[in-house]
Design a protein around this ligand. Structure first.
Ligand SMILES: [Zn+2]
Length: 253
């Protein structure tokens, strides 16, 4: 375990989701968490790869745990995780590829997006609701889309879907919708330019009616992934993984 000194005061206790984990030294782990109060933070779980007692279930992604942690001396952004107890595990996320990839996409979006403390607290509730929905049967794309849209609002980049980004005209009932990554959302018929390439997504039905259409919603999720990548100039790997698996094994999934 890396050499660290922990504050002597009482540990803090809260509920948190495990977002991911990586080895730290020979037997410890870096665990990135989304805490109900603290929001997103990094912790080090000392000897976690050996101590099943202190870290029941081994801190797997998507697990909701009750954690006990302390501040580390001379570090403001790394915490020492003393123990974790499982509260809830969303088992379908480990059994169904689509649910799993969507969960990892959500984790990747949270981990790679900057948000202030208040924003991160809101994301905890959104994330919880989304995992509950992904864990239910039948699996739908809607909760993932809703999560992305709300997360994008929190980080201040939500694309405009219902109103034209240029003139404010309500487009939600137009027979089809053109969305542009560069412009930041929907563009109405009057404001459209003649460059086809400017419009990254064409939905062949009114935007107000697509929330129950799986195929259109998947396209919209793809648009959100592209939109995020365009804004931050960083790749999102989880969705790409899902698309390539779907192309290869589509009929079997
Ligand atoms: Zn317009």
């Amino acid at each position: 375990m890396p050499n660290i000194r922990v504050h002597k005061n009482n540990p803090q206790v809260e509920e948190a989701f495990v977002l991911d984990k990586q080895p730290a030294g020979e037997d410890s782990l870096y665990v990135r968490l989304l805490g109900k109060n603290r929001g997103k933070f990094v912790s080090i779980a000392g000897k976690a790869r050996k101590s099943i007692k202190r870290f029941i279930n081994g801190l797997e992604p998507f697990e909701l745990v009750k954690i006990q942690y302390k501040k580390i001396k001379n570090s403001s952004n790394l915490f020492f995780l003393e123990q974790s107890k499982p509260i809830r595990f969303f088992e379908r996320l480990t059994c169904f590829p689509k649910a799993c990839f969507m969960g990892f996409l959500a984790n990747e979006l949270i981990l790679k997006s900057l948000m202030d403390e208040e924003g991160a607290n809101n994301v905890f509730g959104l994330y919880y609701d989304m995992l509950l929905a992904l864990n239910a049967e039948p699996l739908k794309t809607k909760p993932m889309f809703m999560f992305m849209h709300e997360l994008f609002k929190v980080i201040g980049i939500a694309p405009s879907l219902m109103e034209c980004v240029k003139c404010g005209y309500i487009v939600s009932k137009e027979p089809f919708t053109l969305l542009s990554i560069e412009d930041g959302g929907a563009v109405c018929v009057k404001c459209r330019l003649n460059e086809e390439s400017r419009y990254s997504l064409k939905l062949n039905q009114p935007i107000s009616s697509i929330l129950d259409d799986e195929i259109q919603l998947e396209k919209l999720v793809q648009f959100y992934v592209d939109f995020w990548q365009y804004r931050f100039n960083r790749p999102l790997h989880a969705w790409k993984g899902w698309i390539s698996i779907k192309n290869e094994f589509g009929a079997l999934l």
